[in-house]
Design a protein around this ligand. Structure first.
Ligand code: AMP
Length: 519
């Protein structure tokens, strides 16, 4: 039987236990104490329920850049027994509209930077009744509403719809329950770090994704959540914040870790307060990892996870990074670590049978952290969770010690600068251009971005291929900026198999055969 557990209880508990300690900070400045955040949470929950007439289980979307109001919104939503839909704020308005429609969101909480994009969606997306801009007058009123007591939630009830690009090209909402997120938080303590109230978590990466999830175990234990003033990853700022906030951890995609490791501000900073840099989401090159270990010391931990198993499949803890004398250190560093405490991981063949140690196959996961399914997508759920095992779409192999190495992704996903791009959405956009007959989009290894997007284009008229600026404009009109190809290659034909299916593997191999710039 599902037990009762609403994650929002953590803020109330800290509000009583350490009322005057900092809970939320912007840069070096305290934004709210635990008592203040707890009171704001109760008020927001009251306003959502009474003023906006939202009932238990209703969805509320958050379209904001990182700011303290983000976390106030998230916990206010949970406190009221509602379901949060954190949307990647860098998406194109049409993409945001799709997620709002698909999730049936009734309300959008946004910020001044996104207000103009979000405002029209109140009329074009049926279920959305209003958009509240935070900070702003309506938000201020919401934060002063009559307070509401914590609404009970069962551990199997949805808390967070984590929209992620899937195999169909349309984003799908991994339904993360209160129980899933509790398990993800507890296994952070088991495998990554023990957290206390004197610690802090810096949100340099988007709260709508991994950084938000890693924030939860910190909030549970009364650590302070710090939002960088720059809103992003800036070496000098991070160096100053490490000096300001004790026990500081943050998540960064490998691209960012690499950039920070060579930043002079961080190389000369006093890093005594730095606790852990969690990296993951895409492969890390060994040369980059070695440079990061020189700059930061053994304060790196790698996590391999996905939205469907919120950041919990395997991990390579700090201790493994520090153990340089280990004869297999290089192999360990090239892996994604060992199985997390709360899951079972297997490598299976196409029939679902476990393969021998060392053999590659699809990585499948089972455990209480695994999502309950894709929101309103029973067919996709049945395809992804089979016999209780989540099929990750990643190809990997276990070595005899139990270290997992990732080889490839069977799903076609490209990960560029830590952001997921499903090629089909880019291909569909480009195919609307009448100068293009055929197109295939793949990722090319890139020392800066992890992968760079490359479009192989068959022009309608080989004598007059379209201008690349023109193709860029088509992408920018329909997609988020980061999804635009970095390179277009004009070809006479795409490689196809007997069934006429494009063999992308061949295109990827062609790109991989080229030298990697900077390596
Ligand atoms: P998302 O659901 O957006 O977090 O994307 C998850 C995907 O990112 C996984 O299925 C992997 O393909 C990839 N990924 C996650 N963590 C790692 C890692 N540590 N190393 C390499 N790839 C990773």
């Amino acid at each position: 039987m599902a037990t009762s557990m609403n994650l929002a209880t953590w803020v109330q508990r800290n509000g009583r236990l350490r009322p005057d300690s900092p809970a939320l900070a912007v840069g070096a400045t305290v934004f709210a104490t635990w008592a203040q955040w707890a009171a704001t949470t109760r008020a927001i929950a009251g306003g959502l329920a009474v003023e906006y007439a939202l009932g238990q289980g209703d969805r509320v979307a958050i379209v904001m850049r990182n700011r303290p109001e983000y976390l106030e919104a998230l916990f206010g939503i949970w406190h009221a027994g509602l379901v949060a839909v954190p949307v990647n704020a860098r998406l194109h308005p049409d993409e945001i509209a799709y997620i709002l429609r698909h999730s049936g969101s009734r309300l959008v909480l946004t910020d001044p930077e996104h207000a103009d994009d979000v405002a029209p969606l109140v009329t074009t997306v049926d279920d959305v009744q209003a958009a509240i801009v935070a900070p702003g007058a309506d938000w201020a009123r919401l934060c002063e509403s009559a307070e509401r007591a914590l609404v009970d939630r069962c551990s199997d009830e949805p808390a967070w719809l984590f929209y992620t690009s899937g195999t169909t090209g349309r984003p799908k909402g991994a339904t993360l329950t209160h129980g899933n997120l509790l398990m993800s938080s507890l296994s952070y303590f088991a495998d990554i770090d023990v957290i206390g109230p004197d610690d802090s978590i810096l949100h340099a990466a988007p709260l709508s994704h991994g950084s938000g999830l890693y924030g939860l175990p910190h909030i549970a234990k009364g650590a302070v959540s710090v939002i960088p003033t720059s809103g992003g990853v800036d070496g000098a700022e991070i160096a100053a914040l490490i000096e300001r906030w004790p026990g500081l951890s943050f998540f960064a995609a490998p691209t960012m870790v690499k950039r920070l490791a060579s930043d002079p501000a961080l190389r000369s900073a006093d890093l005594g307060n730095l606790k852990t840099i969690i990296y993951g989401g895409a492969p890390m090159y060994l040369a980059d990892l070695e440079m990061a270990l020189v700059t930061f010391g053994p304060k790196l931990a790698q996590i391999y996870g996905q939205g469907e198993s919120p950041m919990t499949i395997t991990a390579l803890p700090r201790a493994a990074h520090a153990d340089r004398e280990h004869p297999r250190w290089v192999a360990h560093m090239g892996s994604v670590g060992t199985t997390r405490t709360d899951v079972e991981v297997r490598i299976v063949d196409e029939q679902g049978a476990e393969v021998a140690t060392g053999e590659p196959g699809e990585i499948v996961v089972r455990g209480e952290v695994v999502m309950s399914g894709y929101w309103q997508e029973p067919a996709a759920t049945a395809e992804t969770i089979r016999d209780g095992w989540l099929h990750t779409g990643d190809i990997g192999s276990f070595d005899s010690e139990g270290y997992l190495t990732l080889h490839d992704r069977s799903k076609d996903l490209i990960i560029t600068g830590g952001m997921n791009v499903y090629p089909r959405e880019v291909e569909e956009t480009l195919l609307r251009h009448n100068g293009i007959r055929d197109v295939a989009v793949v990722g090319k290894p890139d020392s800066e971005w992890g992968e760079a997007i490359v479009a192989f284009v068959v022009p309608s008229d080989p004598a007059a291929p379209p201008e690349t600026a023109d193709l860029d404009a088509s992408c920018l009109a329909a997609l988020a900026r980061y999804k635009r190809p970095k390179e277009y290659r004009f070809v006479d034909a795409l490689p196809t198999n007997n069934y006429g299916k494009v063999v992308k593997r061949e295109l990827r191999e062609r790109l991989r055969a080229e030298p990697l710039p900077g390596h």
